[in-house]
Write a protein that binds this ligand. Structure first.
Ligand code: THU
Length: 170
């Protein structure tokens, strides 16, 4: 698999047109298909309430790709984001090591940015894998999960010493 940090673009570079990746650029053959798949997944979005379509494509460590979309519900708070749908699909099929996730929406002038809940959901599976925030024209910025969710709480923290373990000695 190609090194996924190649052609890295930090989000602080994203506001200059010259530094944005465009669909015409070379040397990004590995990311275009993933973004394309996230755009395809967006077509299946079930979002009758928000009318805001989101798709995601998740690349696992062995090259397997999972796709997903947002799935809303008449009981609004039960709706699922595309990222969480996708990660849950992968985990439920035995995958826990991820290289990257691409996210697509219909926002023309803005890279789709994952919500806080999805950032935490991603972080469960590490903070060093990459997230591609895209626009419908295929341009994107890349950030790590750790950059999207700095100073995060994760599964490792549950294993650390607590006041409770100090007091009872266990
Ligand atoms: N949504 C996602 O699926 N992913 C995001 O990163 C942002 C928001 C969905 C949730 C809801 O169905 C709709 O977009 C509007 O918030």
């Amino acid at each position: 698999m190609t090194d996924l940090r190649i052609n890295e673009l930090r989000v602080d570079e994203a506001d200059t047109e010259a530094s944005n990746h465009s669909s015409e650029e070379e040397n990004e053959d590995w990311i275009k298909p993933l973004i394309y798949q996230s755009q395809g997944a967006k077509e299946f979005a079930y979002c009758p309430y928000s009318k805001f379509r989101v798709g995601a494509a998740l690349l696992a460590h062995d090259g397997t790709v999972f796709t997903g979309c947002n799935v809303e519900n008449a009981s609004y708070n039960l709706g699922l984001c595309a990222e969480r749908t996708t990660i849950a699909k992968a985990v439920s099929e035995g995958y826990r090591r991820f290289k990257t996730i691409a996210i697509a929406s219909d926002l023309e002038d803005q890279f789709i940015s994952p919500c806080g809940g999805c950032r935490q959901f991603m972080r469960e599976f590490g903070d060093q894998w990459s997230v591609y925030l895209s626009k419908p024209d295929g341009s994107y910025v890349e950030m790590t999960v750790g950059e999207l969710l700095p100073v995060s709480f994760g599964p490792e923290d549950l294993k650390k010493k607590t006041m409770l373990t100090t007091q009872n000695g266990s």
